[in-house]
Design a protein around this ligand. Structure first.
Ligand SMILES: [Zn+2]
Length: 178
């Protein structure tokens, strides 16, 4: 490659790009030779690989944290997919809650009753309704869908959430009734 002294414009021919600042033999001026384009392309590639790797690590960290949250909440999760409305024979509009219960553990669990909680904008609970999902047992990793028509709702309901009543692993003895 050819380099040129910034100061006296003397040209020098070099076999390869110098990695350290060079000194002009004529005027003694010192300067850094810019890295050639090929090398910077390589650096760009390296930087993008690093960025990609850190993105993957970040994703894994997020997923792990998400899983941890699941575990804190127990082996079964409820998920509301959709809330629709239907009109019954009396012409009353009813909310229909569609969702699923998922067993995220590695053992079989009995499906408990589900409690649908209706709350307002400020999170105040306006109504609770309990019902039984169609499945009684959930295999590890399995899920069951539910669709439940709610009783007429009080006004001001903005949020519908599904909760599980007490759950127990199927291989443990149920608590004795007092
Ligand atoms: Zn010079």
């Amino acid at each position: 490659m050819k380099i040129k002294c910034d100061f006296c414009k003397t040209e020098y021919g070099l076999d390869r790009a110098p990695t350290t600042p060079v000194k002009c033999a004529v005027c003694g001026h010192c300067w850094s030779v810019p890295v050639p384009a090929r090398r910077s392309a390589y650096l760009m590639f390296f930087a993008s690989v690093c960025a990609l790797l850190s993105a993957i690590v970040f994703t894994v960290a997020v997923i792990t944290r998400h899983q941890a949250t699941h575990n804190e909440r127990g082996p079964l999760l409820t998920n509301i997919a959709q809330v629709t409305t239907t009109t019954d024979e009396g012409g009353v509009s009813r909310l229909v809650v569609n969702g699923s219960v998922i067993n995220i553990s590695d053992q079989i669990y009995g499906v408990p009753d589900l409690i649908i909680v209706s709350s307002d904008d400020d999170g105040r609970i306006l109504a609770r309704q309990k019902f039984m999902p169609s499945a009684t047992l959930l295999d590890a990793g399995a899920s069951v869908d539910f669709s439940h028509v709610l009783a007429p709702q009080p006004s001001g309901v903005r949020k519908i959430s599904a909760h599980l009543a007490d759950i127990q692993p199927s291989d443990t003895k149920p608590k004795e009734q007092k």
